[in-house]
Write a protein of this length. Structure first.
Length: 302
């Protein structure tokens, strides 16, 4: 008797199919890998899709210079363990070569500047497709995106120029200079990711689990870990809290959440009770305006 497939099997099969479509349709794809849970799942899926062969793409990380060390260590260790090529390009270098200005204020995020480095690395290696771990449930601008999302020769995204994707048929045809951003886990939710991590016994950076950290409380009540990149004025309330991170990004705009989740089962239960999305709860740069993410995506952000 054949094994009955559950919904995680279906999501996994779809993602593997998409990764293989990328390998078949594009000449120079890349997988964007940050050491965060979503990109870790992508690497795990790529192992299932292409082993015992090598990946048909390198791993690429655009390093803001404000990353959590736990994620960077995991990134390097995983790339070494699986024997795949890792390309790292730094926003700090882009700032110097392009004479860009770092953001000002208490929480000077480099997420906006990340776009310049991403577009440069695409041009440097002539990548025609970049695979990422974005999901439709993260933020409403993400929900407008197709799985194969075409960008013009300037790296810009037009939500009104999305291609239909009927019957899981993905059109990767592009003109010279254009590229496609590909989202194999677009149909997954945060809870799906954690259930998959649990089922597949995928190891993660310790930052995703509860630990004690010194934090400052923002005006919106968020907990930002104290670090050398924050421009504090000394009037902030500093507290020691048991926290974990739902998402891992730039340390200047990614908040922690109070938690007692020491195990994956605890995290899954927390997510089931959560009333707000992971980005809504923890990413300060998405609070700039209702269209903050969409504006960044139109200018070339992933």
């Amino acid at each position: 008797m054949s094994k009955k497939l559950d919904y995680l099997d279906a999501l996994e099969a779809e993602a593997i199919y998409i990764l293989r479509e990328v390998a078949g349709q594009f000449d120079r794809p890349a997988l964007l890998f940050s050491g965060g849970k979503d990109s870790i799942c992508l690497v795990h899926l790529a192992l299932k899709a292409f082993r015992p062969g090598k990946f048909p793409f390198p791993l690429v990380h655009v390093d803001t210079g404000h990353n959590f060390q736990e994620a960077l260590d995991y990134r390097d260790n995983l790339a070494k363990a699986i024997g795949e090529k890792l390309i790292v390009r730094k926003v700090e270098d882009t700032i110097k070569t392009k004479k860009l200005q770092d953001a000002k204020g208490k929480f000077p995020s480099r997420n906006g500047l990340q776009t310049y480095t991403l577009l440069d690395v695409i041009e440097e290696f002539e990548f025609d497709a970049c695979i990422g771990g974005a999901r439709r449930d993260e933020e409403k601008a993400r929900a407008k995106e197709r799985i194969f999302s075409v960008r013009d020769e300037f790296g810009q995204w037009d939500p009104k120029m999305q291609r239909p994707e009927l019957w899981n048929i993905y059109n990767g045809k592009i003109n010279k200079g254009e590229n496609v951003r590909v989202f194999p886990i677009s149909n997954w939710t945060e809870l799906d990711v954690w259930n998959y991590i649990k089922r597949e016994k995928i190891e993660l950076p310790s930052i995703y689990f509860t630990h004690e950290r010194e934090c400052v409380v923002t005006e919106h009540g968020q907990l930002m870990c104290t670090n050398k990149f924050l421009q504090l004025d000394g009037n902030e309330e500093v507290v020691i809290k048991k926290v974990r991170y739902r998402t891992v990004g730039d340390m200047t705009c990614t908040a922690a959440v109070e938690s007692e989740a020491y195990k994956i089962e605890d995290i899954i239960n927390e997510i089931k009770e959560a009333k707000i999305s992971e980005r809504g709860a923890t990413r300060m740069d998405d609070r700039v305006s209702e269209a903050a993410m969409e504006d960044r995506k139109k200018s070339g952000y992933f």
